[in-house]
Design a protein around this ligand. Sequence first.
Ligand SMILES: Nc1ncnc2c1ncn2[C@@H]1O[C@H](COP(=O)(O)O)[C@@H](OP(=O)(O)O)[C@H]1O
Ligand SMILES: [Mg+2]
Ligand SMILES: [Mg+2]
Ligand SMILES: [Mg+2]
Length: 336
Amino acid sequence: MMAANTVPLLPRLVSSSVAIANHAGKIIRDVLNKGDLQIVQKEHVKDLQTEADRAAQRCIIGSLTKHFPGLIIIGEEEESSGPVQLTEQSSVVPLKFTCPPHLAKLSQEQIVVWVDPLDGTSEFTEATAAAAHKCLMGNHDTGCGAHSTSLLDHVTVLIGIAVDGKTVAGIIHQPYFNYKNKEKELGRTIYGIIGSAGENDGVVGGLLVKPPPTGCVVATTRSHASSTVNDAVSSCDPTEVLRVGGAGHKVLLLLDGSAHAYVFASPGCKKWDTCAPQAVLEAAGGALTDIKGDHILYHRHVQHRNSEGVLATAPGQDHAAYIRKIPAHVKENLVK
Ligand SMILES: Nc1ncnc2c1ncn2[C@@H]1O[C@H](COP(=O)(O)O)[C@@H](OP(=O)(O)O)[C@H]1O
Ligand SMILES: [Mg+2]
Ligand SMILES: [Mg+2]
Ligand SMILES: [Mg+2]
């Protein structure tokens, strides 16, 4: 085994981030178990923050800063006060990939880390409300339909690593994976480095399944729809539309064969929503761009909004063909 200081910076950062994302997932579950989300409204009624978002971000940014002093990290949430749980320097996961040669000699100044401590906050709050309602009703299924606890599957922790403005590595942790099956391990982490030779073509931790050769299943937002969002989805002639929460979760659906494309023609998604999912998807052979087909950049001073929308396709799909289908009025509506 290589001594820690001979391992290049990027694999060390990925390995440490996997351990940190796993711990952030535990913090999220602990907040939900306590049942007091302390919800704060940010820019509008569909833009919420909970104590789980805040505590998970304190853990991620605090731990990364402790292990990599001076690292540039941009998180979704503003700084908050409260207990900070840090991971140990030694809590790294064994590496299951090789570092691509062109990323083997990075200096820390080239790196920006984009952190979404809890992606799918809307669904997290609704699932929690549903669970509380269920308790009040004596633990029977209330038949709330949309207020189903299955919404917890939509929650992920995202840590994306960009080098010289391009995403190169990502970690997607799903804290509630398997929560309905008590026999199995709770939570999973999928991570990848673009161009690395690891298990499953550079993506570790998840089953990679191509979507069916026929049909067109489009995943899109569940809680941030608009007429432009819906026009873009319709233009793809979908055989099925999955309205689900979270950018991380929608990219997981592209990786497990559940959807062909993720289409979001809105300026609502931010760089911390796409940096990690894009890297994992592209490591697996998929693509994620804005709705016009242009690359999304992740420099330190870039605007946070993905103002020209998001379009992602599963490995093996014709990404350019989806871009061509998006109507001109939708593209014109989304400007820098
Ligand atoms: N109109 C909007 N306003 C604020 N955030 C938005 C938004 N549209 C999308 N997002 C953010 O983009 C992510 C994916 O959205 P969606 O689930 O609707 O597809 C969510 O991240 P967070 O849950 O981390 O805030 C969501 O809040
Ligand atoms: Mg948010
Ligand atoms: Mg998000
Ligand atoms: Mg978030």
